[in-house]
Design a binder for this molecule. Structure first.
Ligand SMILES: Nc1ncnc2c1ncn2[C@@H]1O[C@H](COP(=O)(O)OP(=O)(O)OP(=O)(O)O)[C@@H](O)[C@H]1O
Length: 945
């Protein structure tokens, strides 16, 4: 820091008179610590500067240029020069008279002292190494006190000088060491800089490698994106090519299509092409942007390079400056070494400046290091940017190549598209031409049709006028139609009402006539029944079975009349006895044939008649077979029920029918329920408590059956029960009467009339001659019960046919139970079962006699009533031998087969000519007589009984 503004003329004359101004010491604008002289007097002005400044403390310890070692050196050198010069001047003054006053001014005691010292002391000793070449011979002593004083001072100075010299030597050594240190430090720094540069280079290489591994820069990412886009476009292009190839192939394979499908595809392909072109344009634009970006980066790189060059130039300049300053400092130090005066100041200054120089050196080094780092960074950046630039250029080149390739592909696809479009266009034109020609033809036809239509129109106009006229008239009619309709409706209603009234009256009349007719027919039927009788007797001869044995006993004793199916002949004890019944079934007659003859009787049950069919005959004669049959070949029972169902279904449109079934057994005059839960329970026959006079059996199970399956269930159930019973009773099975009671109830939905018909199907017990068989005990009792019941049955039939006032129904459980089906206009069929075996001829004879007598009752009720005044007992029947003369009253006669045949045939002819058998008549009458015997009539029958 400059502390004084006083200008001091250091020299004695103008020759050396460079005037120093403080302004000369002020650092220049660039901050360069350069000492400058106020005049341009060569290098001499620099010599007195530093000592003067130091002497007057013009230079502060913080000399601005202290940081520059070269400047310091120069300053020291200047100090040495000054010191030498002053020594010479001092020697010159020593030769002047002692009276002369020292030139030193009061304000400069140090300078004066130095002059005095120079004049008095031994310069050889004092100048030492600084000015060793110049020695002066001084007087040994001066008598003057001033001189002595000076001498003393000089001695003292001499001492001080020696000290300073020693110190200077130390300083020089220190300075040399410092210079060495600085040099080694500089070398070390340079080595460090080189090491750092190498590291920076390595790091740059490492960064480049890492970047290449990570795919770092935006340009690279952009390049990757573009590559992906490029790949996608290539695939789309391939797909388009595939579609085009497919289209071409289809076009080659197929006939040219005339619809607009290809046009649509063509449009779609064109759209795709334009889309691809747009994408290519976008890619191009992106490439242009990329080029721009690369250009910008290149520019930035150039700028950075420029800045870097500037920095390097600055750095070089700085280095130059520093080296210059170092040189100056070294020069200064050298000058200081040669300058003996003011060593202390110089040393201090050097010490201060050395620290400052060190500091400046450090700063310079740090700045140098910073600049090196900057340079490294800039180089790195430059390298990166160069790398990026290279990559971008490479990518750009690749993309340009791809774009060129795409453009070529697009060009090719475009060409193909154009060709296809051309082909399609031609196809379209062809189709249009064809359509146009067709349209022209059609138009021509339409024109012709139009001409025809016009012609027709002309011809139709009169018809149209007529139609218009008709339409108007119809319109009028339509307008008048509601009135006319109302009128017509009124009259029609009146006519309809009248017609309905007439129909009603006609219906009433018809109903009246119908009822009258019904009554008449019923009367006729009753009369016919009265005339013909309602009991029929059939005979059925079973075949010879293995149970009949072999030999003469098993010989066939029954023969038939080939001309008359109602006559059979029995060879009994060598004599042939003939019997005439209503029908005889030979052994070969099937179940179906038998049922054919009885089915009319069964259907009359539906019409409200009571029917009773019972099988009579000795044990093993085939009663059960005829009534029940077998599972494979059912008998009358099952067939009758099937027929009833079939008939009921046929009448279902007008009638509602319910069919119920009961099964009972009479054994030893005990009635048991075969379908009940307690078969052993004895049931009783009672009158209905409602006073209707009808009989009923309390506790007798009644099953309602609706199908054949139900019937089978009932039969199975009843059969099991009966079988169980049979098993319990062992051989008494044939000693009981089995009854299947079927009740058919009908409702005529149109008239509301109700009918009830009952069909009793009875399998009677065997009619053996127990008296002759010598049965005893329970067997005898059974036989007695059987005979009693069979006799009672005969009595009842006789009483009915002879129209006796009393009919003995109550003589047995059997007749009592069958009362409904035996009285009134009921119909009865007795199937006499016959065994043809020789050994059974006696029993067969009895059965046939019984049957014939029953039948003879019908044929001549008045006359025969006398004959059949008393019903023969079983024993009586047994007493009738075939050979004995038959009384007129007996039904059985012994005729020659020819006589019997002619007579019975005449009777049957009479019956058939009068309308057939009553079963058929009954079936016919049934449709006219929906109601059977009223309860009152039954009541009368009971009363008669
Ligand atoms: N028309 C026929 N055709 C073939 N076999 C018959 C015929 N009639 C009866 N039979 C056979 O004769 C045998 C005796 O018949 P069935 O049992 O029906 O006699 P039944 O009179 O009922 O005897 P019972 O009084 O003991 O019950 C049976 O084996 C049966 O199959």
């Amino acid at each position: 820091m400059i502390t004084s503004r006083t200008a001091w003329d250091l020299g004695s004359g103008p020759s050396s008179g460079a005037v120093w101004n403080t302004k000369d010491l002020v650092p220049d604008g660039c901050g360069q610590d350069r000492l400058s002289a106020g005049s341009g007097a060569g290098t001499s002005p620099r010599v007195p500067l530093l000592p003067t400044l130091l002497h007057h403390k013009i230079l502060s310890v913080s000399w601005p240029d202290a940081a520059n070692p070269r400047g310091l050196c120069r300053a020291l050198q200047a100090l040495r020069d000054t010191a030498c010069k002053r020594r010479e001047e001092t020697q010159h003054q020593d030769l002047t008279p002692a009276t002369e006053e020292p030139l030193a001014s009061p304000c400069e005691p140090a300078a004066a002292t130095a002059v005095q010292a120079a004049s008095t002391m031994n310069l050889e000793k004092a100048g030492g190494r600084i000015c060793s070449g110049k020695r002066a011979s001084l007087p040994a002593a001066r008598p003057f006190p001033v001189i002595q004083k000076v001498m003393a001072s000089m001695a003292h100075l001499q001492k001080e000088k020696l000290q300073l010299q020693e110190e200077l030597l130390g300083l020089q050594e220190k300075l040399a060491a410092q210079e060495n240190d600085e040099l080694s430090l500089s070398l070390q720094l340079q080595g460090q800089v080189e090491t750092l540069k190498a590291k920076v280079l390595e790091q740059a290489q490492e960064i480049g490698r890492l970047r290449s591994e990570l795919g770092g820069t935006d340009a690279e990412k952009h390049r990757d994106l573009l590559a992906a886009e490029n790949e996608r476009l290539r695939q789309e292009m391939k797909a388009c090519e595939g579609e085009l190839r497919e289209l071409r192939r289809q076009q080659q394979q197929q006939a040219p299509c005339r619809d607009c499908h290809h046009l649509q595809e063509n449009a779609g392909l064109q759209e795709q092409l334009s889309q691809l072109q747009r994408e290519a344009e976008e890619t191009r634009a992106k490439l242009v942007e990329l080029d721009l970006e690369v250009q910008q980066k290149t520019n930035r790189l150039a700028e950075v390079e420029l800045r870097l060059k500037d920095s390097l130039a600055e750095r070089a300049e700085e280095e130059e400056r520093l080296s210059r300053r170092l040189r100056d400092s070294q020069e200064t130090i050298a000058s200081l070494k040669s300058q003996p005066q003011q060593i202390k100041y110089i040393i201090k200054t050097v010490e201060v400046e050395s620290a400052k120089a060190k500091q400046a050196l450090c700063e310079t080094q740090s700045r140098n290091q910073y600049l090196q780092e900057q340079v490294g960074m800039q180089r790195q950046v430059l390298k990166e940017m160069e790398q990026q630039l290279q990559n971008s250029q490479k990518t750009e080149a690749q993309l340009r190549a791809q774009i060129v390739m795409y453009e070529a592909e697009l060009e090719r696809a475009h060409g193909q598209m154009l060709e296809e479009m051309q082909a399609m266009e031609e196809e379209k034109n062809r189709a249009i031409e064809e359509a146009f020609s067709r349209a022209q033809v059609e138009m021509k036809a339409v024109h012709e049709n139009l001409a025809g239509v016009r012609t027709n129109l002309l011809t139709l106009q009169p018809a149209l006028r007529t139609l218009t006229h008709d339409y108007n008239s119809l319109k009028r009619q339509v307008r008048d139609f509601p009135l006319l309709l109302q009128e017509t409706l009124r009259s029609a209603r009146a006519e309809i009402s009248q017609a309905i009234e007439e129909v009603h009256s006609t219906n009433r009349e018809l109903l009246r006539k119908y009822r009258r007719e019904l009554q008449l027919r019923k009367k006729c039927h009753n009369e016919l029944v009265r005339l013909k009788g309602n009991i029929r007797v059939f005979g059925r001869v079973r075949p010879i079975t293995k149970e009949d044995g072999e030999g003469p006993e098993a010989a066939n004793a029954v023969t038939f009349d080939t001309d008359d199916d109602a006559v059979l002949h029995l060879l009994h004890k060598g004599k042939q006895v003939s019997f005439e019944l209503d029908k005889v079934f030979p052994p070969q007659a099937s179940q179906e044939e038998v049922f054919q003859e009885v089915q009319a009787l069964v259907t009359s049950c539906i019409d409200g008649y009571n029917v009773c069919i019972f099988a009579y005959g000795q044990t093993g004669a085939g009663k059960t077979y005829t009534m029940e049959g077998t599972a494979a070949n059912p008998g009358i029972n099952q067939r009758a029920l099937q027929l009833l169902f079939s008939e009921v279904r046929g009448k279902a449109a007008d009638w509602d029918y319910t069919i119920t079934v009961s099964a009972a057994e009479i054994y030893n005059e005990s009635l048991r329920d075969l379908l009940g839960k307690e078969p052993q329970e004895k049931l009783e026959i009672k009158l209905c408590p409602d006073g209707s006079g009808q009989l009923y059996v309390p506790g007798l199970t009644e099953f309602r059956v609706q199908s054949v399956e139900d019937i089978n269930k009932v039969f199975d159930f009843g059969h099991v029960k009966r079988v169980t019973e049979c098993t319990n009773l062992n051989e008494h099975s044939s000693r009981s009467h089995a009854l299947l009671i079927i009740t058919v109830r009908g409702l005529d939905r149109s008239t509301g009339l109700r009918t009830t018909g009952k069909l009793n199907l009875v399998d009677l017990a065997g009619s053996e001659r127990v008296g002759r068989s010598g049965a005893e005990g329970s067997r005898l009792r059974e036989a007695q019960h059987i005979n009693k019941s069979l006799s009672a049955l005969g009595d009842v039939i006789y009483a009915l046919r002879s129209r006796q006032g009393h009919v003995p129904f109550r003589n047995s459980k059997l007749t009592y139970l069958l009362q409904d089906s035996l009285s009134g206009d009921s119909k009865t069929l007795m199937m006499v079962q016959v065994s043809p075996a020789e050994k059974n001829t006696s029993e067969t004879l009895c059965s046939l006699k019984f049957a014939e007598r029953v039948r003879s009752v019908e044929l001549g009720p008045v006359s025969r009533k006398a004959e059949l005044a008393s019903w023969p007992s079983q024993e009586q029947l047994e007493g009738d031998s075939p050979g004995s003369a038959a009384t007129p009253g007996r039904g059985h006669t012994s005729h020659s087969p020819g006589q019997l045949s002619s007579r019975s045939a005449s009777i049957r002819r009479k019956l058939h000519t009068s309308g057939g058998w009553w079963g058929t008549l009954g079936a016919h009458m049934g449709s006219l007589h929906p109601r059977r015997l009223p309860p009152q009539a039954r009541g009368k029958a009971c009363m008669r009984e």
